[in-house]
Design a protein around this ligand. Structure first.
Ligand SMILES: [Zn+2]
Length: 794
């Protein structure tokens, strides 16, 4: 079967709640049956070549089966109607009455919820879209508008045909928008959002221009469409989505105003760059099947950091890459319940569960490792060849390795396969002396078990005269080094290291030779080795205390967050809390008051450390919470800390809710939601649940409260009591994403540490195919943390 075109006509009713549709699908078939995908669509009539045909519906398989067999070029006509959905998948209503719009989210299987189609990324086609919409509204799709005709109280909007593309990339948006457009090279970049929400349009458009300019050079291929919309959607399950030429975002990941913090600004730049990378890698060339989803996501993740680092070197994007992508992936991949990057996806609905830290962070970290292995220019040429050879078509992961091999003359496939097909990664134990070290690799698992699996590890060794590289492809190896200092130079490798006491002492005396990434790596490895039980908490604290006066952003940020996590787990360890407070206070003293024009990294650190300290130190919280009355006008990097401080020091939920209702912008609201989880008392927490039910809190943001309420020890009983209700609600809102599963992964250990029996009683009620992975990972983590607490009890 080969599909040529879809001609889709939708007539949307006045209050944007239902539509009538008809479509014409032109395809070539060779003596075969015709099967279309369709979910929750009322199909009235199907004809082939002008003749009505009978059809049956298979709900389970989400299919319409047309009677008979067909050959040659066929024209299929379908007449149907459907409701615009309330969950955030398919074609759905987004936003409250004032800002109501229709938006679509089709990845992975949402298109079939909006019109019958062959909903498989491998079947690309040209789409002709025509929408009849109520007067006073505008419509956005992948391509520019070709014509608008008046039709009574409606408008008929016809769009230009798309290039050949996959169904999951089609976009339809209808609403009352503000749009701001700027010409760039041969295209228009258009920022769009519900009326009156755009803020400062210059920043997001600038990020888009930086990305398009960079990619056109890097890939050697021009952006393919005449325009690119960046659309702010008021309710959105995913963070952002790369629909070709009509990219959608949550407001907080796109729009900039006077309350945008430094870290959110960077995140906006990174997310825009990520989605724009997909316009080539994903949209122009698309994976054949969902098992290669990781390649799309890893690549876009990796490229986004590359572009933003190039355009804004002062941001230290590779530091953020290590902090967020690599660290998150190493955490998830050290569980027995992890999965290989190249996951087996038979059923497209199960793809939702692999939108995780393995597909994004581990894949991106492995691409970074391979780029270092073949060289930046060879890597670039390989990517460019792959995109040129498969434009407007589909490809597999192996096509990319072949292209990189052809350009670099280096065998990539064998190394890639080992890292992609196997889950997990090694820890390398280093012992010996500073002129001869002994390396021993074994699988790193937080639960303390291991396997006899080994990896071909490109290991880098720092000695007193610089860096050397070796391939560690055996379990053990002895290496001669002149003045050994550290393994994994600049943390480009995806492995942990555990040093003997002698060698750690040696690191201490050579601290000045280490880069900030090296120092980050040492701390990150110490933490992982503590959680896994390789070293004790006491040894961890003794070793990290060497870094308390550290001044580099990523090193301080990592240490601050590790201390924060440990205090959440060891909730009643006064000694740990005291040491942490000492560290936080000394850092805040160093950072001082905000200075005009200071480095953004200092400002981010001041905000995050203030939050950690406010949680541990009531006096400090009381002190900074005085600024809560000026919440919207204080430094946006500090306002999150001030909200949390206000919550823990006053427990005044009413005050927080009042602010929540009056403040504008999702970023401010999210900071207040995080603070709501910090107040205590069942009445208070019930009030927040009411706020969610009433629709005053966006559905997409409710997960922020469910996440924050878990953390305070006193609130975990409430989180347990509501767990079933929360899971049901998240399942409705985030259909087709992995959000519920990853929520459970975080929730189960925290709840279970407080009330294991209570948790065990609820688990059977929340167990289903879409939550199973998260329950297993969460349960494994609970076991790991319980063991760590026991081992380190006083
Ligand atoms: Zn992506």
């Amino acid at each position: 079967m080969e599909i040529d075109t879809y001609r889709i006509f939708l007539r949307i009713n006045e209050n944007l709640s239902e539509y009538d549709g008809s479509e014409n699908i032109k395809m070539k078939v060779k003596d075969e049956e015709i099967v279309l995908n369709s979910v929750d669509i009322n199909v009235r009539e199907i004809s082939v070549g002008g003749k009505p045909v009978k059809f049956t519906t298979d709900k389970e398989k989400e299919e319409l089966n047309l009677e008979g067999r067909y050959s040659g070029e066929v024209d299929i006509e379908v007449k149907f109607s459907a409701k615009v959905g309330q969950s955030l998948m398919g074609m759905y209503q987004a936003g409250s009455s004032k800002h109501r719009m229709i938006s679509t989210q089709f990845e992975s299987t949402g298109a079939r919820r909006s019109f019958p189609c062959v909903d498989n990324p491998g079947y690309k086609a040209v789409f002709y879209v025509t929408l009849t919409i109520p007067e006073g509204h505008e419509a956005i799709s992948n391509m520019p508008v070709e014509a608008i005709e008046k039709d009574g109280k409606f408008l008929k909007v016809t769009f230009k045909p798309t290039p050949k593309m996959s169904t999951y990339l089609l976009y339809i948006g209808v609403g009352k928008f503000t749009q701001f457009s700027r010409k760039f090279h041969n295209m228009e970049i258009i920022l769009a959002g519900p009326e009156g929400t755009l803020g400062d349009p210059d920043k997001p458009i600038k990020f888009a221009e930086e990305s398009v300019g960079y990619y056109e050079d890097y890939f050697g291929i021009k952006y393919a469409l005449p325009k690119m919309h960046l659309i702010s959607v008021p309710e959105f399950g995913a963070g952002a989505m790369e629909n070709w030429g009509a990219i959608t975002f949550r407001e907080v990941l796109l729009l900039v105003n006077e309350n945008t913090s430094t870290s959110t600004m960077r995140r906006i730049g990174e997310v825009i760059a990520h989605e724009i990378a997909h316009q080539w890698f994903g949209d122009l060339v698309t994976m054949k099947w969902w098992n290669d989803l990781w390649l799309n996501e890893s690549f876009a993740t990796f490229m986004a950091f590359k572009v933003m680092d190039h355009e804004h070197p002062e941001w230290d994007m590779w530091g953020d890459f290590l902090l967020s992508e690599t660290t998150g992936a190493m955490m998830g991949d050290s569980l027995e319940q992890s999965h290989p990057i190249d996951a087996d996806v038979k059923d497209p609905n199960s793809v939702a569960q692999i939108f995780d830290e393995i597909s994004y962070g581990k894949g991106a970290s492995i691409l970074r490792m391979i780029e270092a292995y073949v060289g930046q220019e060879n890597f670039r040429k390989g990517i460019s060849r792959y995109l040129r050879e498969h434009s407007y078509g589909n490809a597999k992961g192996s096509d990319l390795w072949t292209a990189i091999e052809k350009e670099s003359g280096t065998s990539v496939t064998s190394v890639m396969e080992a890292w992609i097909k196997r889950m997990g990664y090694p820890v390398i134990e280093v012992s010996g002396r500073d002129n001869k070290i002994k390396l021993k690799q074994k699988q790193f698992r937080l639960n303390g078990t291991t396997t006899d699996q080994i990896w071909p590890v490109p290991v880098t060794v720092l000695g007193k005269n610089g860096k050397t590289s070796i391939l560690l492809d055996t379990a053990t190896k002895e290496v001669d080094v002149d003045g050994f200092i550290k393994l994994n130079v600049d943390q480009t490798g995806f492995y942990r290291v555990n040093y003997s006491d002698d060698l750690f002492a040696n690191i201490k005396s050579n601290m000045s030779k280490l880069s900030k990434y090296d120092r980050f790596g040492i701390i990150s490895d110490l933490f992982a080795n503590t959680v896994s039980g390789n070293i004790t908490l006491a040894k961890y604290l003794e070793r990290v205390s060497e870094f308390f006066s550290e001044t580099e952003y990523i090193v301080v940020q990592e240490l601050a967050s590790e201390m924060g996590s440990l205090n959440n787990l060891f909730h009643d360890r006064k000694d740990l809390a005291e040491i942490s407070k000492k560290f936080y206070r000394s850092q805040l003293k160093r950072l001082g008051e905000k200075k005009k024009g200071e480095d953004g990294n200092l400002s981010i650190l001041r905000g995050s450390i203030s939050t950690y300290l406010a949680i541990l130190d009531r006096d400090y919280a009381r002190d900074i919470s005085k600024d809560f009355s000026r919440f919207e006008t204080i430094d946006p990097d500090m306002s999150g800390a001030v909200a949390v401080a206000y919550a823990v020091s006053t427990n005044d939920l009413e005050g927080i809710i009042e602010k929540f209702k009056s403040t504008r912008g999702d970023e401010n609201k999210l900071k207040l939601i995080a603070a709501m989880g910090r107040v205590n008392g069942r009445n208070n927490l019930e009030k927040v649940m009411d706020l969610i039910k009433s629709g005053e809190m966006k559905k997409q943001d409710s997960i922020r409260f469910y996440g924050s309420v878990l953390v305070p020890w006193e609130n975990r009983d409430f989180a347990l009591e509501k767990l079933e209700q929360v899971v049901n609600s998240l399942e409705d809102i985030f259909v087709g994403t992995g959000y519920t599963s990853s929520y459970l992964e975080g929730a189960i250990p925290l709840i279970g540490l407080k009330n294991k029996e209570g948790l065990d009683a609820v688990i059977p009620k929340i167990k289903r195919s879409t939550t199973e992975k998260g329950i297993k990972k969460g349960t494994e983590l609970l076991g790991i943390y319980s063991k760590m607490l026991e081992k380190n009890s006083l």
